[in-house]
Design a protein around this ligand. Structure first.
Ligand code: C5P
Length: 227
């Protein structure tokens, strides 16, 4: 293991369950969590609120740099206002994925993401956690699930939050967003060469979390033998 605070990265496509798995793994280990997608969503919300032209790459990067964000156990505030539900809306996620290829924005968010690496450890979820942001992570997971399973989960999540959702629209939106994330030139969605690919289509959340914890227990240094 590196001398730095340990990191487990969980990357994967939209609605593969990364967020839930990341939170549960972090809570089992007593570690912190970075939901990097939230930073792209918060940038999207700020761009909407400040009427910034999404095509203006430098203005968007500045919006990312200047975000005043505070994550707390029940949500997140942007410039002091609670926005946890607002950033989960599909149009905000969609704009986030349109802004995400902007290299200046990705650079602006890099240090902010790395600052989450504090003891005793961090579980970071996103698209490029294992390939760019935490290249030296001790354990890298690439979490996948088939599109239908992902759309059904996202639909259920939105309805539980009181946000209306249509399954066919979600499948279409998800495919479009995945294609954008995979095909972009900068930090595309791809498994790191040293990532473990976990397919959660047929697994419960508990089984997926256990899978990650089992992989982590194999990374832990072997305790010195007692003599
Ligand atoms: O994970 P989530 O759906 O909240 O992310 C919203 C969008 O932000 C994604 O569709 C993706 O385009 C972008 N993103 C990214 N890199 C990350 C996390 C999210 O490009 N590390």
């Amino acid at each position: 293991m590196s001398a730095l605070t340990p990191v487990i990265t969980i990357d994967g496509p939209t609605a593969s369950g990364k967020g839930t798995v990341a939170h549960r793994v972090a809570s089992a280990l007593g570690w912190g969590v970075l939901d990097s997608g939230a930073l792209y969503r918060l940038t999207a919300l700020s761009v909407l609120q400040h009427k910034i032209n999404p095509e203006d790459l430098q203005a968007v990067a500045r919006a990312g740099q200047q975000l005043e964000v505070s994550f707390h156990p029940k949500g997140v505030t942007l410039f002091g206002a609670e926005v946890a539900d607002l950033i989960r809306q599909e149009h905000v996620g969609n704009l986030a994925s349109r802004l995400a290829p902007n290299p200046a924005l990705r650079q602006a968010l890099l240090e902010r993401q790395r600052a989450f690496r504090v003891a005793p450890g961090l579980v970071a979820d996103g698209r490029d956690m294992g390939t760019i942001v935490f290249k030296d992570a001790e354990l890298k997971i690439f979490l996948v699930a088939d599109a239908q399973a992902r759309a059904e989960r996202r639909c259920k999540q939105l309805i539980e939050k009181g946000i209306s959702a249509n399954l066919d629209d979600l499948v279409a939106d998800m495919r479009e967003r995945d294609a954008r994330d995979i095909e972009r030139a900068v930090a595309p969605l791809i498994a790191a060469t040293d990532a473990h690919v976990v397919d959660s289509s047929q697994l419960t959340i508990e089984q997926t979390v256990q899978n990650v914890l089992d992989l982590w227990s194999r990374v832990l240094p072997t305790p010195p033998a007692k003599v």
